[in-house]
Design a protein around this ligand. Structure first.
Ligand code: ARG
Length: 468
């Protein structure tokens, strides 16, 4: 027999360059466990269906277990001339159990085999990614809870900061409120992953090369053995579908986008101009020339790695674009980029969770910032509107007060009452309380708003979601 699995039709071996070019072993060897799992299910099915004898099936299963043990012990002889992980395992199996090993590939093709491996692998990996997303959500939640203040210890109230629009100070908000926005972004991400998992949970095994097989196989049995919810209904679709990987990469891209937004804020906030947050020493690095530097490299690198994951998504969409049915070797290009995106995503989630858990917000800076800005101008307008002035007029009056303050180098709370009353006789001495940051925040009690009760509700919901 020829040394190539497909050698019969050939009169000479492939050029060395071609062998290296077509081989996927360097990256698909990570699928070894799923490949063996799929082969064991397939061998059992062949035995049950009488396609091979039960004794032969048993020989194959035991041989596959030996191969698994060899790979895990690091003694398995990986050989590039056998192209990919599937053929490497099959060749070794035959060395270990003899010619019976050659029966494993009955009623199967590498096309349904590789697809089965990838479905099994990504089902597991999606679960792992969800756990990492949950971990990051937990870290965000812990910071949000801490900065809601403790009524138990009574040591301090909620941390107030300026909220931004257009990167201009807009309205006072609770730091916890801001952090919880990220919690809910990552909650949608977990939902998207779980949704994509549903479509990953189908078994391609038994689709054969594309058309099914002449052998009396039982696809429901192998699907059940492998823990899939069902077999793909169409064998051609089963071997050509890479949608689940594109969905995974889309979900991964959204997560990276969210991480990148969070990291961008943390980079800004740890700069001297903001100085709202300080990274733990273990999650920052220094400069080789400037001794004073403490750089938020972790956040910068996560922000930077976002492009890799987007690239994988666009790359795979492009591989699939215009690809006719059914299997083409183009599809082998699904792996490297998807694995790279997966590995990148997992590391970014882990390291961001660690950074978020250990970073320290500078409460005094945040509180001071909100006292030295005009983020309470809306509250002056609201105050006048509540006293009966139409909101548009109230807005105009408050705008004039702000301009007056800017011209005289003061903030709203610095103006004495008589000076304020020159802008509107509706202003009374209750104005100072009304525009204090604490009141600005406490009064925004609308659903989802920034008042401590509303943020506490968001935190309670988040705990329920994480508990579930
Ligand atoms: N290494 C291949 C891949 O990753 C396995 C399937 C090969 N099938 C084939 N007909 N060449 O897609």
């Amino acid at each position: 027999m020829s040394s190539k699995a497909w050698g019969g039709r050939f009169t000479k071996p492939p050029d060395k360059m071609v062998e290296g070019f077509t081989s996927s072993l360097s990256f698909d060897r990570r699928l070894y466990r799923q490949d063996i799992q799929g082969s064991v299910a397939h061998a059992r099915m062949l035995g049950r269906q009488g396609i091979i004898t039960e004794a032969e099936a048993q020989t194959l299963v035991e041989g596959l277990e030996k191969v698994l043990a060899e790979i895990e012990a690091g003694t398995f002889p990986f050989r590039i001339e056998h192209e990919d992980i599937h053929l490497n395992i099959e060749k070794r199996l035959t060395e270990l159990v003899g010619p019976t090993g050659g029966k494993l590939h009955t009623a199967r093709s590498r096309n349904d085999q590789v697809s089965t491996d990838m479905h099994l692998y990504f089902k597991e990996q999606i679960d792992e990614v969800v756990v990492l997303v949950r971990g990051l959500q937990g870290a965000i939640l812990a910071q949000a809870e801490e900065h809601l203040g403790s009524d138990a210890g009574g040591s301090f109230g909620p941390t107030i900061m300026p909220g931004y629009t257009h990167l201009q100070r807009a309205q006072p908000i609770l730091l916890s409120h801001h952090l919880m926005a990220y919690f809910f972004m990552f909650e949608r991400d977990a939902g998207r992953l779980l949704d994509c998992r549903k479509r990953t949970d189908l078994s391609p095994l038994g689709a054969g090369a594309l058309a099914g097989t002449t052998f009396p196989i039982d696809r429901a049995f192998t699907a059940g053995e492998l823990g899939f919810s069902a077999p793909y209904p169409n064998s051609i679709d089963a071997v050509s579908d890479r949608d689940y990987l594109i969905e995974f990469l889309s979900a991964a891209s959204l997560i990276m986008m969210h991480l990148s937004r969070l990291c961008e804020e943390l980079v800004m906030w740890s700069g001297t101009e903001f100085a709202f947050v300080e990274m733990d020493d273990a999650f920052a690095t220094g400069s080789s020339i400037m001794p004073q530097k403490k750089n938020p490299d972790v956040a910068e690198l996560v922000r930077g790695k976002t492009g890799r994951v987007y690239g994988s998504l666009i790359g795979l969409l492009t591989v699939l674009k215009g690809l006719p049915l059914a299997y083409h070797t183009d599809l082998q290009e699904d792996k490297e980029r998807t694995f790279d995106a997966l590995d990148t995503l997992k590391r970014c989630l882990e390291v961001t969770a660690g950074m978020v858990a250990t970073m320290r917000f500078r409460r005094e800076r945040l509180t001071q910032a909100v006292r030295q800005d005009f983020s309470n101008a809306t509250d002056l307008a609201d105050y006048l509107a509540k006293k009966g002035l139409p909101f548009r007029e109230a807005h105009e009056v408050a705008g004039k007060v702000v301009l007056h303050c800017i011209n005289t180098g003061r903030y709203l709370a610095d103006l004495p009452l008589p000076e304020l009353r020159e802008f509107s006789p509706l202003i009374g001495d209750d104005i100072f309380e009304a525009i204090s940051p604490e009141r600005c925040v406490a009064d925004r009690r609308s659903l989802g708003g920034t008042s401590p009760e509303r943020v506490a509700e968001q935190i309670a919901l988040a705990k329920k979601l994480l508990g579930a």
